[in-house]
Design a binder for this molecule. Structure first.
Ligand code: HEM
Length: 195
C-alpha cells in the first residue's frame, strides 16, 4: 500500500514539474509534435507520399552552402543532402525524416550542426556557421551525431567555408573505378551502391 502511494506521489511530482514549468511544457509539446510527425503522419501519408527514390551514389565532391541548398528534396531527382560538422551526407534514404513534410525537413539542404547540438529543429543561420560559440558538451553531441550520420549515410564531401577551394577527387575516383572494373580473381564486375 505504502509502495503504491509512494509511486503515485512520484508520478504526481513529475506531472507537476511538467505542468508548472513553461520550458518543460514546450519540450513536451515538441516531443508530441515530432512523435506525431514520425509515426502518425507516416501512416496517413502513405498513399500520397512519393516513394523514396533509389538514386545512384553521388560523386564525391565538396560543396558550398549555396550548392548544398539545391539538395532539399524538392529538386527534380528528389535527392536530399544534410551537412553535419563540416561534412555533407546524402540522406535521401532517410527521406521520411528529411523530405518535405518529414519531422526534420528543415535540415534538408542545410547545415544541421547547430540544431543537432542545441536540440532544435529550426535552422536559424543563413550564412556559414563556424560553430565557435558551441560549448564542449555541445561539440561532443555534434561528434556523436556525425558518427551516426557516417554509419547510416553516404559521405559526399566537405562543406566549404567561404572562399575555400574544393578538393579535386578525380584521382580517388579513378582508383575506385579501377577497383570496380573486372576483378581478376572472380572475373565479375562489382556493383554500385544505391542511395
Ligand atoms: C523531443 C522530442 C523528440 C522525439 C520524441 C524524437 C523522436 C525520434 C525518433 C523516434 C527517432 C527515430 C525514428 C526511427 O528510426 O524510426 C528520431 C530520429 C532522429 N531525431 Fe528525433 N525526436 C525528438 C526531438 C528531436 C530534435 C529536437 C532533433 C533535432 C536536433 C531530432 C533529430 C533527430 C534526427 C536527426 C534523427 C535521425 C534520423 C535519421 O536516422 O536520419 N529529434 N527522433
Amino acid at each position: 500500500m505504502a509502495k503504491v502511494e509512494g509511486m503515485s506521489s512520484i508520478l504526481g511530482s513529475i506531472i507537476n514539474d511538467i505542468i508548472y514549468s513553461p520550458l518543460n511544457l514546450v519540450l513536451l509539446a515538441l516531443c508530441i509534435f515530432l512523435l506525431y510527425k514520425l509515426f502518425f503522419s507516416r501512416k496517413t501519408d502513405i498513399p500520397s507520399s512519393p516513394p523514396i527514390p533509389q538514386l545512384p551514389a553521388m560523386k564525391k565532391r565538396d560543396m558550398t552552402l549555396e550548392e548544398l541548398r539545391k539538395y532539399d528534396g524538392q529538386n527534380e531527382e528528389g535527392r536530399v543532402c544534410v551537412a553535419v560538422n563540416g561534412k555533407v551526407f546524402d540522406v535521401t534514404k532517410g527521406k521520411r525524416f528529411y523530405g518535405p513534410g518529414g519531422p526534420y525537413s528543415s535540415f534538408a539542404g542545410r547545415d544541421a550542426t547547430r540544431c543537432l547540438a542545441t536540440f532544435s529543429v529550426e535552422v536559424t543561420s543563413e550564412g556559414y556557421d563556424d560553430l565557435s560559440d558551441l560549448n564542449s558538451m555541445q561539440m561532443d553531441s555534434v561528434r556523436e551525431w556525425e558518427i551516426q550520420f557516417q554509419e547510416r549515410y553516404h559521405y559526399v564531401g566537405r562543406l566549404l567555408k567561404p572562399n575555400e577551394e574544393p578538393t579535386d577527387y578525380s584521382d580517388e575516383e579513378d582508383a575506385s573505378q579501377d577497383q570496380s572494373t573486372v576483378d581478376p580473381q572472380s572475373n565479375t564486375q562489382s556493383s554500385k551502391k544505391d542511395y
